[in-house]
Design a protein around this ligand. Sequence first.
Ligand SMILES: *[C@@H]1O[C@H](CO)[C@@H](O)[C@H](O)[C@H]1NC(C)=O
Length: 398
Amino acid sequence: MSSYCHLVRTVVSLCVLSHVVTVSGQTCRTVTTFNAGLTPRIDDYPSRLKRQPAALLKEDADVICVQEYWFENDLAHMLKTVSSKYAYHFSPLHTSISYLPTLSRKYFFPETACNIPDVVYLYRKVLPCARRRGCAFLLLQSLTKGLYCAVSTCGYFFKTFSEDCFSCISLTATYLFSLIDACKPVNYAYNNRLNGPGLVLLSKQEILSAKYRDFFPGRELTLQRGFIEAEIKDLGTVVCSHFSATFPYYFEYDLDFANYAQQQQAEMAAIQSRFLSRDHILLADFNTGPQVETASSEDRVLKGKAPQNFQMWIAGGYNFTYLEDDGRCTFCRDNPVVDSNIHPNNVIDYVMFKGDYTAQKAERTLDESPPLSDHYGVRQTLCKNYRPLIWAWIGWSL
Ligand SMILES: *[C@@H]1O[C@H](CO)[C@@H](O)[C@H](O)[C@H]1NC(C)=O
């Protein structure tokens, strides 16, 4: 072989080699899921709201899926602080990536969950109906039972009532007599829309595209549920969601499920079929978790929550390593803002992934004291593998 040929071969192999080096291997990114529990119904709301932005900055993950930021003002307050680090963000209230409009133009058109006509309708029609059917008394005993009574006996009034207004009331009401306080315009504080699904996605890496989708498009929900679907640079598809909580009473008025466990199954099926053939990372409050009877410590003994639904994630091919890596409850009886009488220890917050990722150790996070929320977060570093590309390039070079 001539020396010229040798030279060409060397150059070509060096080129091929350099391509192999750049495209092989992994990019590793840290992701976190955290349910912020920002409703006045959960203790210590003003102080938790104030402390959360600093905690999210300190968390220092590449991508964070946050649930339960229900109010535009709370969201804007948090973004103002954290956007220095998480330059990219998205929520159902954003009009585009990293842009949440909070403008004084709204002075003339109140944009709160409930506007004045909603308040009038509530007191003239909805509440009198609920009172006639004996639901007001139940509301004093148990919120979920009272809501169930109201929507099942006064369904017509709810279907003609504002979805955001009713969502807001059911999320925030603490006393029967202050039902609507957090949801209506207060003086000039008109710019406080409801972020119905409560979701926010924060990212240090560029968010290439993002969209919010309802689980049940065209239906009105007491508790609005859906997911943010985003393409993030170096990570691929990331889905941020909050699946239905399995309350003992079912208080949806525009869906046909028998209970919330059934509704949660439909939500899971929606995600699983939509992303069936795509690698993706799913960050969420899953509101389901397995039972663990014996463990190395008390906070790893888990009561289980809709465990039959949790099996559907495993059967669907989703991987997660938190239970082996850490396993401590994320919703914990001894968290001071959790009502320990009704809530046993559970792990319901997960980083799940499906496809060609290698996961490093998952751990509990955002679990400082005093607590930031009724939930703790889960954090994990995931490495996206690029194997298929290597073979493509080597194949081409041969
Ligand atoms: C889940 O991910 C871990 C960590 O990357 C890996 O060791 C394990 O093999 C995966 N399990 C499955 C079933 O793919």
